[in-house]
Design a protein around this ligand. Structure first.
Ligand code: ADP
Length: 337
């Protein structure tokens, strides 16, 4: 029986009709202690759900399932417990650790809640505008036009959200496949800066980038690295408060952050800055420091999350330094090979 029990991939023990544990596999011994054989199941797992399941299975000569949540060294762990009547009137009790599955289910639920919430806000606004337009007197073309402009803004917001969600999805889908095209970062950043200079001017800022003498080349995915630069520079424009934005590329050098040769892309602004408590959470999906302001200026809360996944695909690192009221510096460390 012991061999059979040890062949099980789950922590398992057998309870006799008298309620005493008669055998256990190594996984169960390391979970509950080396001395559980010969003790009652009530002493081994002190949890009413598990006790009820074993008692029911013993009485009914049947199978019972339950969930058991416990804490091990400050970590919450969830087990699916099965008590099954087997031959010789014994009960086989198995413990399957489902903590990771529970976490991913929870993350999925949170994600759906967040996406629904983000879409619901512009949709509710659109419905309100449509109702007002329907009731509006046709002799008020100027007022009608104002409503249409506001509806266009809400539609753009939904469009941005869906585009960012699609980007995030495609980045995550191939995160494990390392990209390998040689990319000239100097030219790539120069093009992005040229494309965003107009947006910067509209926000009374300017982008300052001096291309390095020697083209720094990394192996990567050009579209994705362009996306990283766009997201960081667009953020700097949004939060720069009319100060200049300095973009720089380091030479190839040993980078202690990477423990090997690499290149650093830095985007620095002297705008609103970010309080220290927010910095570790900035790359979480939908995290915004100021929810309302962030939304009003067109943020989806996904930009830095996309950056994080792209950088991780390139085996790089992100470092964010910021002082509230003084400005921020976002640095991306990319390994050479
Ligand atoms: P968003 O689409 O809202 O900009 P991001 O994921 O790009 O989402 O950024 C998350 C949050 O980080 C932003 O809402 C903003 O609060 C903060 N943030 C990002 N970049 C900067 C910056 N350069 N200066 C100040 N705050 C910033």
């Amino acid at each position: 029986m012991k061999n059979l029990l040890n062949a099980f991939p789950l922590a398992s023990f057998i309870v006799g009709t008298d309620g005493y544990v008669v055998d256990a596999n190594d996984k169960a011994l390391s979970l509950f202690g080396q001395d559980i054989v010969g003790r009652t199941f009530l002493e081994v797992v002190r949890n009413p759900n598990v006790s009820d399941a074993i008692e029911d299975a013993l009485e009914q000569k049947s199978h019972r399932h339950c969930e058991w949540s416990t804490t091990k060294a400050t970590t919450d762990i969830v087990y699916h417990v099965t008590a099954s009547w087997i031959v010789a009137e014994d009960i086989l009790v198995t413990f399957q650790d489902v903590t990771d599955i529970e976490h991913s289910l929870q993350a999925r639920q949170e994600f759906v809640t967040n996406v629904s919430h983000e879409l619901k806000t512009p949709l509710t606004a659109m419905l309100g505008f449509l109702e007002t337009l329907q009731l509006m007197d046709t002799s008020e073309p100027e007022a009608q036009r104002r409503f249409i402009v506001m509806m266009a803004q809400e539609t753009q917001r939904m469009n941005r959200l869906v585009s960012d969600l699609l980007s995030l999805n495609s980045v995550q889908a191939n995160e494990r496949i390392r990209p390998s095209d040689p990319i000239d970062l100097g030219t790539l950043i120069e093009n992005v800066v040229a494309n965003l200079q107009g947006l910067a001017t509209q926000s009374q800022t300017q982008l300052i980038f001096t291309p390095p003498q020697k083209a720094p080349v990394v192996f990567g995915d050009g579209d994705q690295l362009r996306q990283v630069a766009i997201n960081l520079i667009e953020n700097a424009i949004k939060y720069a408060r009319s100060s200049d934005i300095v973009i720089s590329l380091s030479d190839e050098a040993y980078q202690p952050m990477l423990r090997r040769e690499g290149i650093v892309l830095t985007v620095e602004d002297h705008g609103s800055g970010i309080a220290a408590i927010h910095i570790p959470r900035l790359t979480e999906r939908f995290y915004r420091v100021d929810d309302h302001r962030g939304r009003d200026i067109g943020g989806t809360g996904l930009g830095l999350s996309i950056v994080k996944h792209i950088v991780s695909r390139h085996r790089g690192r992100i470092r964010i330094k910021s002082t509230l009221g003084r400005g921020s510096q976002f640095s991306i460390y990319l390994p050479k090979n």
